[in-house]
Write a new protein. Structure first.
Length: 111
């Protein structure tokens, strides 16, 4: 059975869609707006392969590439290897709230 068409949730959009997150136009725009695209995915994978251990604790394997200076505050440094650190999940969770607090009002939402 096919899903019923519904109005796009984007205010003022006349399109109908079966997708809960919006019509194809707005989903494509949202995908382009994120700094974490294919280029970031490839960059992060390469960085993590060169840094197999967490650069904070040095014990656990690195799983996540973390921007030292947030992309919201320094978009030109998004793919700069001097602005990235390889972290394990535990250290990334410990560091991320601090960075968000430092960004303050200048941090724009990416989701």
């Amino acid at each position: 059975m096919q899903k019923p068409m519904r109005p796009c949730p984007e205010p003022g959009c006349p399109n109908l869609t079966t997708m809960p997150k919006g019509c194809s136009r707005h989903r494509a725009e949202a995908a382009q707006a994120t700094p974490y695209d294919g280029a970031w995915t490839a960059f992060a994978a390469a960085y993590l392969s060169r840094h197999p251990r967490c650069e904070r604790c040095g014990v656990r394997p690195s799983r996540e590439a973390h921007h030292i200076r947030s992309v919201a505050l320094a978009p030109h440094r998004r793919l700069d290897p001097t602005n990235v650190i390889a972290l394990c999940h535990t250290c990334h969770r410990a560091v991320t709230p601090t960075v968000r607090a430092d960004a303050g009002a200048n941090r724009r939402r990416t989701r």
